[in-house]
Design a protein around this ligand. Structure first.
Ligand code: NAP
Ligand code: MG
Length: 468
């Protein structure tokens, strides 16, 4: 079995302790590789390398930095099938989704950032003052397992393009994708220390990295709980943060719209990636009188679209959850929902087969005050809620500590009116397509800052006004 090292200062190095940790395939429950189980001294080495590399990297022209990122793009493109296979193996995402929704998404977003940075104004005038936008220094990138390639891409692309150097701490469930990314970066010939990767546990390595006095910006994607912890830990040093946290987004169906489409759009987000997507529309809101029709549309979707199976099988649409812990979390929420009085329309059980499989599950008779409607489950679970009038629909959708994504399906003018009233960072109106140049990020406790396009670049730059 292969064991992997950290990537520090342009070299592959073992954890100084020599310790390793297992990577498990969630479909087979077997150990498929081992990676370095790093500790504080490994983080110190990575941060030092990033700090030393910063002045020269910052001094390059933007065009020079774009050149390196273009080579990284080509490197991902050249290894995209291998990356999709590794994501299927360590995350359990079906291969078709790994190709398009994981690797394809990363390529589209990276390309969009390269297009946007070409026109980005790194200097501008405010009256007679010259305003220059400068990098912070060393960026700590701490990422989750649900999109193991793109969550890293969304951070390192803007951080590097703007002249920062980085230390990445990937999720322990999915480090193999991150290690291929590091190989690609190594082959792209970045100066030593500009990009560093350290694997290890969040509570030991992630926490220490974020707290490191020589880290200038923390860029974190993950749970709101850990995000809040990092926010408070950044306070003593007034450290800058980018936080992409949880969500409990609503799909609001308005009478007169295409109900089948609204159901498909919400169900897709809880099936793709097994519902382990922060922006999933896990609450479907429909008018009371449309409930029966909604149930029918859900059952039809389920029969036509849900194919549980091996992630490597071409026709699988629902694979296993990422880990035994995640399976337990979903099971616990199913029990909580039933105790709260919600009814199960479909699903509700783990599958009798090896692997961390859980049935696609839909709750009806859900009240928005229930925990299953307020808390992020992060599994293939949809909650259906009903409303009496538009004002109530908007109130229910906004009654959440989160505000990451959402959708409105209905007559175009009315749907747009509702979109304006929802407190959320992204909102899809009918079949509006997403753009990799648009900002991604949340209102309320879904986070701080925005990723993607020119908005992502801005988060990694600080402003200096020079009065001439
Ligand atoms: P998580 O437990 O918060 O972990 C995210 C990352 O933080 C992992 O690398 C983890 O390391 C590390 N970490 C854990 N504890 C830490 C600590 N005390 N200090 C510093 N780092 C720590 O989240 P997850 O379970 O991987 O991912 C699921 C969550 O991420 C969901 O809540 C989801 O909504 C959110 N998410 C948000 C977005 C977004 O863009 N808004 C996108 C994807 C996911 P280990 O892996 O070693 O534990
Ligand atoms: Mg975790």
């Amino acid at each position: 079995m292969k064991s992997h090292q950290n990537y520090i200062k342009g070299q592959w190095v073992s954890a100084q302790s020599g310790l390793l940790m297992d990577v498990i395939n969630p479909a087979s429950e077997k150990v498929i590789a081992q990676v370095a189980k790093s500790h504080h001294n490994d983080v110190d080495a990575a941060v030092e390398a990033a700090q030393k590399a910063f002045p020269a990297w910052k001094a390059l022209t933007v065009e020079e930095r774009i050149g390196y990122l273009e080579r990284i793009y080509q490197g991902i493109e050249a290894r995209k099938e291998e990356l999709a296979q590794v994501i299927a193996a360590e995350l359990g995402a079906p291969i078709s989704f790994s190709r398009s929704g994981q690797v394809g998404l990363a390529l589209r977003e990276l390309k969009a950032s390269l297009e946007e940075v070409a026109d980005f104004e790194f200097e501008e005038m405010a009256d007679q003052a010259k305003v220059v936008k400068e990098p912070y220094g060393v960026v700590a990138c701490i990422t989750p397992w649900n999109y193991p390639l793109n969550q890293i891409q969304r951070k390192i692309t803007p951080a590097l393009l703007t002249g920062n150097t980085v230390v990445v701490k990937p999720a322990s469930n999915t480090p193999l994708t991150a290690l291929i990314y590091a190989e690609i970066i190594d082959q792209a010939g970045l100066p030593a220390g500009v990009f560093n990767l350290v694997t290890g546990s969040g509570s030991e390595v992630g926490d220490y990295l974020a707290d490191h006095p020589d880290v200038d910006l923390i860029s974190f994607t993950g749970s709101t709980e850990v995000g809040k912890n990092l926010y408070s830990k950044a306070a003593p040093q007034v450290k800058q943060l980018v936080l992409e946290l949880g969500g409990k987004s609503a799909m609001v169906y308005l009478k007169g719209g295409d109900l089948t489409f609204a159901v498909k759009k919400a169900m897709d987000t809880v099936i793709y990636n097994q519902g382990q997507t922060c922006s999933a529309m896990t609450r479907l809101l429909v008018p009371e009188e449309c409930l029966e029709e909604t149930k029918e549309a859900i059952l039809n979707y389920y029969q036509e679209q849900v194919v549980v199976g091996d992630p490597l099988a071409e026709d699988t649409t629902l694979g296993p959850l990422v880990s035994a812990d995640q399976l337990k979390r979903v099971q616990d929420y199913i029990e909580i929902g039933q105790e709260e009085g919600a009814e199960i329309l479909i699903g509700g059980h783990p599958l009798e087969r090896p692997g961390y499989y859980f049935e696609s599950t839909v709750f009806v008779a859900v009240d928005n005050a229930m925990r299953i409607a307020q808390e992020e489950i992060f599994g293939p679970v949809l909650c259906v809620l009903t409303y009496q009038d538009l004002a109530q629909a908007i109130a229910i959708a906004n009654d959440s500590i989160y505000g990451l994504s959402g959708g409105v399906v209905g007559p175009a003018d009315q749907a747009l009116e509702v979109a304006y009233q929802l407190q959320t960072g992204n909102i899809f109106v009918n079949d509006g397509p997403r753009s990799p140049k648009a900002p991604f990020g949340g209102y309320k406790q879904s986070g701080l800052g925005r990723e993607n396009g020119k908005y992502g670049l801005e988060d990694y730059l600080q402003l200096k006004a020079i009065f001439l």
